[in-house]
Design a protein around this ligand. Structure first.
Ligand code: GTQ
Length: 345
């Protein structure tokens, strides 16, 4: 491709006149906004280690009362985007949230979609539109756009979870805001048991929220399915399941996609380069992850992020299974007609 002229190739007088009329020449910036062959992501391959996060998060528990935080969260920020911008990628926000026994994070609803993946501790719950979802290690709990949610804690140890939100995207399009609410009345314990059995109450078809029929995906159920796939001789690796809306079979949320992947003992999975950034969180086990030129060794509760079109190797370095929670931007990109997968070479 032709090297294009730069701003320095233009007379100062001309540049001044352009600026006065709010005009900008395209050609000095053309290769930045339309780089050849693939995007030039700001997202850097990054890892965040739980052993670094946990003591700082517990200290936040001492330094800042929940009433003064509303949500007590340390954000996993990608330095490629500038830490203050609180982005893991251009679309994804990651935070580690701490709730101490008896604390309450009050009800609110906001335009960004959120999910929680429970990392540590027992006794906490999230109530979503009156559905009380208990939080156990590895569970995925949805709090979709516009739905009331609050977090409570009846147990006796600190509970920590990973928040994933599409906040950077929703903020970028100037659509991000929150509304405070009242304490919710708990009306049910969720619908997950219907779907596992393949049945729903006959009154179920008149419900209000068809878009989000299921809020809690219990890890004990997901893990069982992963192991069943691993034992199925006809199933080719990778062993990966998508979190879907059980009524439609589509992605469980509109913007970010979620899946769980199991690596057998000592197994390596080579992922094809894809047009979306990806987040990998270790639910349990040991993971060595290679992303283009970078490598990280991760253990339980560690999290990493890969930019789009990376060549990623997921390597289980132990003789125990390794379980990963994966988030990507595929639902958004598919809706926009921007999603693609390439061959590895
Ligand atoms: O728990 O509702 O990490 O509203 C950021 C914003 C968590 C939450 C975050 C939020 C929440």
């Amino acid at each position: 491709m032709e090297q294009l002229a730069t701003l320095d190739d233009l007379p100062k007088r001309y540049l001044g006149q352009l600026e006065e009329s709010n005009l900008v020449p395209l050609w000095p910036s053309l290769r930045n906004v339309l780089p050849p062959h693939k995007p030039m992501p700001q997202t850097l391959a990054t890892a965040w280690y739980f052993k670094d996060i946990k003591p700082l998060l517990l200290e936040a528990g001492e330094l800042t009362p929940i009433e003064k935080a509303e949500r007590r969260v340390l954000v996993l920020a990608n330095p490629g985007h500038g830490l203050e911008n609180m982005k893991a990628s251009s679309v994804m926000y990651l935070g580690m949230q701490l709730l101490l026994p008896k604390e309450w994070a009050p009800s609110h609803r906001h335009t960004p979609n959120a999910v929680r993946l429970i990392v540590e501790g027992e006794g906490a719950y999230t109530t979503v539109e009156g559905q009380k979802c208990v939080m156990e290690h590895g569970d995925l709990i949805l709090t979709p756009s516009g739905l009331w949610h609050e977090h409570g804690h009846d147990g006796d140890e600190p509970v920590i979870w990973l928040d994933v939100l599409d906040l950077p995207l929703v903020y970028y399009i100037e659509a991000s805001y929150v509304q405070p609410g009242e304490l919710q009345k708990v009306v049910s314990a969720g619908n997950a048991h219907f779907y596992g059995a393949g049945i729903v109450p006959t009154t179920h078809f008149i419900r209000e929220n068809a878009s989000y029929p299921m809020m809690r995906y219990a890890w004990k159920d997901t893990k069982k399915v992963l192991h069943a796939l691993a034992e199925d001789q006809n199933h080719q690796a990778p062993i990966q399941v998508a979190y879907v809306n059980p009524e439609t079979g589509q992605d469980c949320q509109n913007i970010i996609g979620y899946s769980a992947l199991m690596l057998r003992p000592n197994e390596t999975v080579q992922l094809q380069p894809r047009s979306t950034a990806q987040v990998f969180h270790v639910i349990d086990g040991q993971l060595h992850i290679k992303m283009d030129q970078k490598e990280f060794s991760l253990s339980k509760a560690d999290t990493s992020c890969a930019p789009c079109f990376s060549h990623i190797d997921l390597i289980n370095t132990s003789d125990q299974p390794c379980y990963l929670f994966i988030a990507d931007e595929a639902p958004l990109q598919r809706k926009l007609g921007l999603y693609s997968v390439r061959e590895r070479h």
